[in-house]
Ligand binder design. Structure first.
Ligand SMILES: Nc1ncnc2c1ncn2[C@@H]1O[C@H](COP(=O)(O)OP(=O)(O)O)[C@@H](O)[C@H]1O
Ligand SMILES: [Mg+2]
Length: 266
């Protein structure tokens, strides 16, 4: 039996990449949507994922977030093999995503949208828990409301907090979706075409929020059509084409890559 010594290596906590995909394939009947995709996302980095329509970007997000199972391959999240975990299980470990079509509770106010996200993550507890621990629940609700206000302020939504989310223009709905996704400090955020339908000013503002998220240590994977936006924001970019990784590298490397130019950038 070994005894711990002063020379023992330090614990490896925190060195695992937030996301590691190994040889992911996905088939829908005869359609091979993803073939042998391997990708690693560094902690606190912004990873772009680009490629033509039908390349498999959204399918890859579905596989990462657990909405659809991979046909082959493994997904590691924060060092854990989550390949067989449910979408809820992965979310509880700190993974969040937004959707190509913004998803908010349209009939709830902006503030209640964010509170609902916090409530869900904290675990509702049910009626019995309400009765038994009422004073501490009140304290918890106060904390949640403070956190919701903080995040609404951060997203520039304070003035709209009492407005029904569904009545907002798309740009602001995307901010509500972002606020919901980040309110409980995820370690990995997947954004599927977050700026589609936004004007330049709105997209720039969204980009600034994504950059400051990275500053807080959250890793971001960004699917995006706007090549300029991707090049400006991302630390690294992977190009998917026909379900395979055509290239992976820094924005400069991707821009200079002839195969990428031929298949995508034109
Ligand atoms: N649920 C599904 N059933 C069958 N085919 C699908 C399904 N989802 C995606 N596909 C197919 O997988 C391929 C990749 O689609 P998708 O991931 O949406 O591409 P992207 O997001 O890059 O535009 C397409 O050929 C698409 O038709
Ligand atoms: Mg898509």
């Amino acid at each position: 039996m070994s005894t711990p010594t002063a020379e023992a290596p330090p614990p490896t906590v925190g060195v695992d990449p937030p996301l590691r995909l190994s040889s992911i394939s996905k088939r829908f009947g005869g359609v091979r949507a993803l073939s042998d995709v391997s990708l690693e996302v560094a902690p606190g980095s912004i990873q772009g994922l680009i490629g033509p329509n039908g390349a498999g970007k959204t399918t890859l997000f579905d596989v990462i977030s657990g909405i659809t199972p991979a046909s082959e391959g493994t997904v590691h999240f924060g060092g854990r093999n989550v390949t067989k975990s449910s979408a809820t299980g992965r979310a509880r470990l700190g993974m969040r995503r937004t959707f190509q079509r913004a998803q908010v509770f349209s009939w709830l106010s902006v503030e209640d949208n964010v509170l609902a996200a916090l409530e869900w993550h904290g675990g509702g507890g049910g009626v019995l828990a309400d009765l038994v621990t009422w004073p501490s629940r009140r304290a918890l609700e106060k904390t949640r409301r403070e956190r919701a206000h903080e995040i609404l302020e951060w997203c520039g939504l304070t003035g709209l907090r009492h407005t029904a989310a569904g009545s907002l223009p798309l740009g602001q709905q995307r901010l509500v979706e972002l606020a919901r996704a980040i309110v409980d400090k995820p370690t990995l955020l997947l954004l599927d075409e977050p700026t589609s339908g936004l004007d330049h000013g709105e997209a720039d503002k969204f980009g600034e929020l994504v950059l400051s998220l990275r500053g807080e240590g959250c890793a971001v994977v960004l699917v995006e059509h706007d090549a300029g936006f991707v090049m400006r924001l991302c630390d690294r970019i992977a190009v998917l084409n026909l379900g395979s990784v055509l290239a992976e590298g820094t924005p400069e490397e991707i821009q200079a890559n002839q195969a990428v130019r031929d298949a995508y950038l034109g």
